[in-house]
Design a binder for this molecule. Sequence first.
Ligand SMILES: Cc1cc2nc3c(=O)[nH]c(=O)nc-3n(C[C@H](O)[C@H](O)[C@H](O)COP(=O)(O)OP(=O)(O)OC[C@H]3O[C@@H](n4cnc5c(N)ncnc54)[C@H](O)[C@@H]3O)c2cc1C
Length: 495
Amino acid sequence: MTKSVIIVGAGIGGLATAAKLLSKGYKVTIYEKNSTIGGKLNFIKTENFKFDLTGSILMTPEIYKEVFSFAGKNYIDYFKLKRLDPLYRAFYCDGSHFDLFNNMPKLTKSLERISKHDSIGYYKFLSKVYEKYIIADTNFLKNSFSNTKDFINLNSLQKILKINTFSTAYDYISKYINNEKLRNLLAFQAFYVGISPFEGPNIYNLIPTISQLYGLWYIEGGMYSYVKALEKLIVELGGKIITNTTVNEIVIQNKKAIGVKTSLGFQKSDIVICDADFPYAVSNLIKDRYSKGKYTEKKISNMKYSCSTFIMYIGLKKKYPSLKVHNLYIGENFKKNLECAFIGKLPLNPSMYIYCPSSIDNSMANEHMESLNIMVRVPNTLFKNIKWNEKTIKLMRNRIFNELSKIDGLSDIKENILYENYLTPNDLLIKFNSYGGTAFGLSPTLSQTNFFRPHVKSPTVNNLYFVGNSVHPGTGISIVLLSSKLAVEEILYNK
Ligand SMILES: Cc1cc2nc3c(=O)[nH]c(=O)nc-3n(C[C@H](O)[C@H](O)[C@H](O)COP(=O)(O)OP(=O)(O)OC[C@H]3O[C@@H](n4cnc5c(N)ncnc54)[C@H](O)[C@@H]3O)c2cc1C
C-alpha cells in the first residue's frame, strides 16, 4: 500500500526529501507556513533587481545533483551550473586585494607573490585538511548514528583521533601560513558555519579546503533556481506543496507519529518528517514530555547556537567591475570584530562577505546595474541586549558604508543606490522559526556534532524524522541535503 508522508516546512531539507520519497512511490504533502518555498533559501524580486535572500556559496555540486539522479532525472534539465574562478576576491582595509584562484598555475603564482614559504604552507594545509575530509566523509557524514554502536566503537574513536580536530581552526591555519592576510582569508571561510574560527575546531577548515579542491559553483539565475528546480521535480512526481499553512503540532499516539495539526485541521499520515528548525520544533510542535526525549526545555535553552547575520540588499544603478561573484572584505582588528558576534556586540569595523551575482549573470539585475548582498555576522536574538530596530539598522548601515569606502572602486557606492533592503536576526526568527534567530541553527561545536547532534530518526517516536541544519550532519545547503539523504535511507532501508 502507498505510504503517505507529511513534511513540515519547505526549506531545502524538506524539498529534497519530498522529491526523493516521491520518486520511490510515497505520497508526499509539504506544509509551509510562508507564502514562498525554499525556507531561508529565498529571494527578493524588484523591478530592476533579483536577490538571493541568504545562501549563495555553492560547494560540492555532486550533492545537489544527486537529488535528481536519485529520482532518475538528469539535473541538466532542471538547473545549470557554472564554475567560478577566482573563488574569491579578498579586499583588505589597507586598500589592497588578493584573488584566490581555483586554477592551479594562477593560484601558485599569486601565492608565490605573497611568499614561497606561504605557497608551500598553503598546499601542505590543503593536503592535511583533505586527509581529514576523506576520513570525516567516509566515517561520519554518511552515517546517521541512529544506533549508539555506530558511533561508540573502537574504529570511530581511532578515526576521531586521526582527524585530531582539537586545535582551533585559526591556530591550525597559522601552523602552515605566516601571512596574516592569507590566514584571515581562510579563517573567514571557516566562519561560514556560524562558529568563530578562533574558538571552533579545526575541522571547519574543511570549508576553504573543499572550495579550493572541488571548486565553487554558481547556478544560473542565482541560488533560488535550485529551489525552483526542486519544485519542478516535486510537481512532476505528483507531490503537493501547501503554502501559507502553519503546522501547530506533530500528533503522536502510542509513541508513533500519526500526522500533524495545521491551521486547516488534523492531517493524517504514515510518516512525519520535520524540516522546521529542530530546537524550535521540539519546543513547540512536540507536546508531550516523553516524545521530546532528552531535549527538554532546559536542555534546548542550554545548548550552544550559531551566530546570526545582518544583510543589506543593494541595487545599484551602475556596474562595479572590481567586484567578483564572491568577495570578502577583511576589516581592521579582524579577530576582535569577528568575535563580537559571539559576545553580544555589534562590530565597529565589520568584516563582510559581498555577493555580486550580477557581475556574471544579467538575469540578476538590469543591464548596467548591479545587485549586491552585503553580509555581516552578528549576535543571534538569544542576546537580548540588541534590539533590531531602525536605530540598530541605521548604525549597522553606517558602519558598513564606512568600511565599503575603503575598498578600491567602491567609494561612490552610496550615491548610486536604486534599491535598499535588510534582513536582521529577527526576520530569521519570525519568518522561518529559526530558533534564536540564528543563521545556521545549533552550533557545530564538538559536543554538538555527529552522534551528539540531534539524529535524523527520532529515538523516541516511531515514524518521525528530522532534517535540516540543526540535525546531523550539520549546517549549510549541501550538508542539509546530506541530512535529507540520511533520513530517506533510514525510511527506505532501516524502517
Ligand atoms: C544569511 C545566511 C547565509 C547563508 N549562506 C549559505 C551559503 O552561502 N551556502 C550554504 O551552503 N549555506 C548557506 N546558509 C545556510 C543555508 O541557507 C541553510 O543551512 C539551509 O537553507 C537550511 O535549510 P533547512 O531546510 O534546514 O531550513 P529552513 O530553510 O529554515 O527551512 C525550514 C522551513 O520550515 C518552515 N517552517 C518552520 N516552522 C514551520 C511550521 N510550524 N509550519 C510550517 N512550516 C514551518 C520555515 O518557514 C522554512 O520554510 C546560509 C544561511 C543564512 C541564514
